[in-house]
Design a protein around this ligand. Sequence first.
Ligand SMILES: [Zn+2]
Length: 251
Amino acid sequence: MRTNLGQTPVQPAEHAAIESLNWLIEYWPDLLEARLPLATRRPWQTPTLSPEAQEQRDAEARLDRYFRNPLALGESAAPLDVAVLQTALDLIVQADDLAASLAEAAMCPALPSPGLSVTDARPWLAYARARLLDLGEEWQDWAAPHIHRMYEQAAKQLSMLYTGQTIKVLCPWCRGATSAAPAGGTYTWQIVEMPGKPPQIAIRCAGICEPPQKEVGTWWGGQPCWPIWDWDRLARRARDLQVDELSTGVR
Ligand SMILES: [Zn+2]
């Protein structure tokens, strides 16, 4: 007899290949614009530009110039921008190869290959995802290792850009309490690279922090961490908790 009557049925997880494609599509703008992943859609975005933000905006402007003229790579010596651009271009080529292979497998008209000036891989990623959903599990298994390497490459680039960066938001669980500042108010969220294969980019709270177990992505060194794929949910929770406090007057 079933014992889980009345419980919400568990959603079947997407195949890893589809999950990774979703991730790549979601994070593409962040990778491309060399900005903190999802920062512009976050409630903690600060309207005034800190020196770091100014620097980042300048970097974006430089990157933008590259994109208008893809042959002018030599103009700037900024190694960061070139690394981002090279990763992006490499991933576009791979996305195009993948889309072409899957078009053939599914006997569908292929997408035209991206031209030299194309810097958005998402049409080819989305095309590959649609074909994989049609083709089913066998092809998803076939594509998974390739797509996983693309994911690793993008995640690695993001972690090289952001490891060590502090996020200017108060942790909704510990309110920024640390042993040095037990009353709270410290920005305790930092981007870290968690060891692993591949290394995972995550937000770690360095505060005296014990969120309810179901809110925590994982623990590392006794501190709660949220891997990058969990950041959407994390941001929603942080926002909800802040809204709750405003409406109930809890401080
Ligand atoms: Zn915390």
